[in-house]
Design a protein around this ligand. Structure first.
Ligand code: GAL
Length: 694
């Protein structure tokens, strides 16, 4: 029989359950959408420390008028926040944050560790990076400190901690940005870093015999007899050593960010997010690993020269969304022009607005303009801004103001929504690095290969996730690995499980060649997947010119890379064959496919031209039962969907340079027009956001 205590416990438990059910938030909260604020936001990088305080109010008034709702501040303000060691001055920052809040602007605080103050680098010169030639960096630029320096790490931790103690509970501080673009992954080649690398290798390999074996150091007499003999690679080194160095760089930046994250977390409200601003396809470190410690990733979206390439930009948004399989922020983007490219042309009128909406459409919840106003002196005087040196708006301010007002008008439709896709593209830093160390042909470009698959697949499916090969795959109807060069056993098992359960896995050239130590797999490509594929790569060829290829997907060319495939299983089917080429490839299989488990594996050994790639994508999509987000649209129109919290919102953007129209399946609500609509007429860079009518 239950005792009275047990009864009481049961009643309280039941009550809590009922109350809990009632208190369940009605809205699905995303950490990228700060509670109590608009779901999608426009922001700007503001540097109050560069201006007299009497000016701040006017800045914020102008921001508020443009519906700018976020400022990111302080990420280069170390010398103002800590003018001498251990002497802090945060009062000015407190006043700036409070004044911004008065203008309905929330703050993201950047930790200032990308730009150490002069007192620090003079007092502790060992914190400065040493380059490959033994030269120590000097003061006056940024990212000149070593992320491996214990002293630098201690000083970074201290300033981050002091900031968190001051602002970790400030209601209008919604989050933190750690550092800025993580030093472009520039490592120091000093003795301390080398020692740390050797210790890291020791922890990984345990014995030198193991390391020597995995790196095959008998080759060129590289055999190590002591950990201290192992160098930092500077290029042309052993592929195993080079790949481990990249992983060590990732490890060091992860430690560097975690030091700061730890003290911020300890001293801040859990509602404050922690992010950092990555740089798209930059490959200095493994972004999947670094993203783990962050609430969500952000990136800095700069076009540089020329004009926005919608596929490139969409792909990079999707890449960033895949770092943590979450929404993200575009922490910085260009207000028209940058100052660091070959030709710093201004983007066309309306182009920046199209980019802003593209970011939202692909899963961003904030778009921040770098920067509000140029400092009157400093390295970036020529960069695009929203105000001129006189402190009044430049013509471009109008476009941001339009974006700000549109975001406010449409924001509620995006609350709790995110992007979901039926197609995933696998991206791996290990594979990218492994290929880059030994390209075999300078013409091979890892990102261009990914893009050649992304473009037609995105056109057909209208939504593609870019994810790490170890991410969960069950939700996808089609998983494409355009260049998965490194496939260790555990990843092979993960991929096979996906296929066994009914998925379609498509592998591109160079797949499954290497193990986790960057050593060759003895099975030949695709390594552990050979048996399931019922075929393999017999030989690979770097091409000096295009060769013909034809079959189920039509006729066309292969360029840069071609692999001669062979089948070993009677149910492996040849989809494409090479035509007359170098003799070795003539009439040999270029693409094969085989049912496996409840699914299918396909291997494409050639880099196909655009037309063949489009046909191949059509075949993949059809075979896998992938359905588009919306349906067919005219060339140049990008359509995307965000859903969640019982909502579905479509974003249409016209990236063509002429007018385009879209017929909607039934009358819907156009949020930017603020009217019912059944057809969209979009000029160049035109945008519309569409939801079902209530
Ligand atoms: C970014 C950087 C900013 C600014 C900007 C100029 O990479 O984070 O601080 O320099 O470039 O385009």
């Amino acid at each position: 029989m239950a005792s009275l205590r047990q009864w009481r416990f049961a009643v309280v438990f039941l009550l809590l359950q009922v109350l809990g059910a009632q208190q369940k938030p009605t809205r699905y909260a995303l950490p990228t959408q700060p509670p109590g604020h608009d779901a999608i936001l426009v922001g700007t990088a503001w540097y109050p420390e560069q201006w007299p305080e009497s000016r701040w109010e006017e800045d914020l008034r102008l921001m508020e008028a443009a519906n700018i709702k976020v400022v990111r501040v302080a990420e280069f303000a170390w010398s103002t926040m800590e003018p001498s060691e251990g002497k802090y001055d945060f009062d000015w920052l407190k006043r700036a944050i409070a004044l911004a809040a008065k203008h309905n602007i929330v703050t993201v605080l950047g930790t200032p560790t990308a730009a150490p103050p002069a007192w620090l680098t003079s007092k502790y010169p060992d914190t400065l990076r040493v380059d490959e030639n033994g030269r120590r960096a000097t003061h006056g630029n940024r990212a000149q400190a070593s992320p491996s320096s214990p002293k630098y790490r201690e000083l970074c931790r201290r300033i981050a901690e002091q900031m968190a103690i001051r602002f970790g509970h400030t209601p209008s501080v919604v989050g933190w940005q750690i550092d800025n673009e993580y030093g472009y992954a520039q490592m120091s080649y000093d003795a301390g870093t080398r020692q740390k690398f050797q210790d890291w290798l020791k922890a990984k390999y345990k014995t030198l015999a193991n390391l020597n074996n995995q790196w095959t150091t008998a080759y060129w007499s590289q055999t190590y007899d002591s950990w201290s003999e192992i160098p930092i690679p500077v290029g042309g080194h052993n592929p195993g050593l080079m790949l481990d160095w990249k992983r060590f760089v990732t490890h060091e930046y992860d430690g560097y960010q975690r030091d700061q994250i730890e003290v911020i977390r300890k001293n801040s409200d859990p509602r404050q997010f922690i992010t950092t601003n990555f740089m798209g396809w930059f490959d200095g470190y493994d972004h999947y690993i670094l993203s783990q410690a962050l609430t969500f990733p952000s990136w800095d979206d700069y076009v540089g020269s020329g004009h926005v390439d919608a596929d490139n930009n969409g792909l990079t948004h999707d890449l960033t969304r895949g770092f943590k399989r979450s929404n993200f922020w575009v922490m910085e983007t260009q207000p028209g022009a940058v100052n660091w490219h070959a030709v710093n042309n201004f983007l066309n009128k309306g182009e920046v607005r199209a980019m802003a909406w593209q970011a939202i459409a692909h899963g961003a919840d904030e778009v921040g303009y770098w920067q509000w106003r140029s400092a009157l002196n400093g390295q970036e005087e020529y960069h695009g801004t929203l105000l001129g040196p006189d402190g009044t708006p430049v013509p471009f301010y109008e476009e941001v103001s339009q974006i700000g007002h549109e975001f406010s008008a449409a924001q509620d439709a995006f609350r709790g929504t995110t992007v979901t896709s039926q197609v995933a593209l696998l991206n791996s830093y290990d594979s990218r690095w492994a290929i880059q160390f030994q390209k075999h042909t300078q013409k091979y470009d890892y990102v261009a290969v990914l893009k050649s698959y992304y473009k037609p697949l995105h056109q057909l499916a209208q939504s593609v996730d870019v994810i790490s090969p170890d991410a969960p795959l069950a939700q996808y109807k089609l998983v494409v690995a355009p260049a998965l060069n490194v496939i260790p056993k555990d990843i092979a098992d993960h991929l096979l499980e996906y296929v066994r359960n009914g998925g379609h896995l498509v592998l591109g050239p160079r797949s499954g060649m290497k193990n986790q130590y960057n050593g060759l797999l003895p099975q030949r490509q695709p390594g552990y997947l050979v048996d399931a594929l019922g075929g393999r790569v017999e030989q690979y060829y770097a091409l000096e010119k295009d060769f013909p290829v034809s079959g189920d997907w039509g006729s066309g060319d292969t360029s840069v890379w071609a692999e001669r495939l062979g089948t070993s299983s009677s149910d492996a089917q040849v989809l494409m064959r090479y035509g007359k080429s170098n003799g070795w490839l003539d009439d040999q299989p270029a693409a094969i496919t085989r049912p496996y488990g409840k699914g299918r594996i396909t291997y494409i050994g050639a880099l196909l031209d655009d037309k063949l790639m489009a046909a191949a994508a059509e075949w993949m999509v059809k075979d896998s039962g992938v359905t588009p987000v919306f349906g067919s649209v005219q060339d140049g129109i990008e359509v995307s969907r965000r859903s969640g919290d019982g909502k579905d919102v479509l974003v249409f953007i016209n990236f063509a340079q002429e007018n385009r129209s879209v017929a909607l399946p039934h009358p819907m609500k156009c949020l930017l027009k603020d009217a019912a609509c059944n057809q969209l007429d979009l000029p160049a860079y035109g945008v519309e956001v569409v939801v079902e009518q209530k």
